[in-house]
Write a protein that binds this ligand. Sequence first.
Ligand code: NAD
Length: 265
Amino acid sequence: MDRLKGKVAIVTGASSGFGRGIATAYAAEGASVVVSDIHEAANQGGFEGDPQLTTVAAINEAGGKAQYVACNVTKQDEVAHLVKETVRLFGGLDVMVNNAGIYRAGKLAHEFGVEDLDACFDVNVRGTWFGCQEAIKVFLEQGRGGNIINIVSTAGLQGHPNQSVYNISKGAAANLTRCLAIEYGRDKIRVNGICPTYAKTSLTRALFDNKDFDKIFTEAIPLKRWGEVEDIANLAIFLGSDESSYIHGDLIRIDGGETLCRFSV
Ligand SMILES: NC(=O)c1ccc[n+]([C@@H]2O[C@H](COP(=O)([O-])OP(=O)(O)OC[C@H]3O[C@@H](n4cnc5c(N)ncnc54)[C@H](O)[C@@H]3O)[C@@H](O)[C@H]2O)c1
């Protein structure tokens, strides 16, 4: 408890999945949280225990502090408004979690339409870029540093079949993380990325329900299980807190050992 006491955080894409888990965990650790998304209700088909509650309602019910600000991360003016509104509501910004993202899969590269490519780049690249840019502007104005956490993916670190449009967008988000860490370290703005493998959210529900995929996937993972939202939220707490104050420009895999090997025992 209280590992993020006194900090103000924005989490994008926070109505469902990782974003919701991170926002909830941050509030439980004492942060004031701006929950942001394109819609306030949780996605259908997720694994939330309380999907009928908005993220803000769930946080408030647990005694935490949170406000919802609508924002489509593909629009720079909306991201700028999100950051301004956060400062107005809570007096500043300490941690920006660029989590909003979409997934496209199931086709070979020559079969994907330009709409899949554009959708992945709009949300996963431009959205992350705008979130970083607008947060950096306010961090520089505040003059006391800041903390950016980009939710990337193991897809940003390696190739996978049948999801090239997603992988190249996450590859861009990974390299953006490295570039910003180099540019803004001197301003005490830390920038890191979290790289999960498949974890249980609405984004992966169809894969989770596919028994063949589930078998191949869990057998390949040394820890023999899917990632849980809490696994990612726990790492996000650590990276958002001062406990990680010398971790900078890192892209941390959180994958049960998946990327160590092709096959597990
Ligand atoms: N679930 C996984 O296995 C997995 C693995 C690696 C990385 N990721 C990444 O984690 C992040 C969160 O994914 P998730 O699994 O929680 O997905 P999710 O679909 O459960 O939640 C994503 C949230 O982002 C919101 N969102 C989508 N487009 C948006 C936009 N333009 N502006 C603002 N919000 C928007 C959605 O409304 C939703 O609430 C994504 O960046 C995803 O690529 C997920």
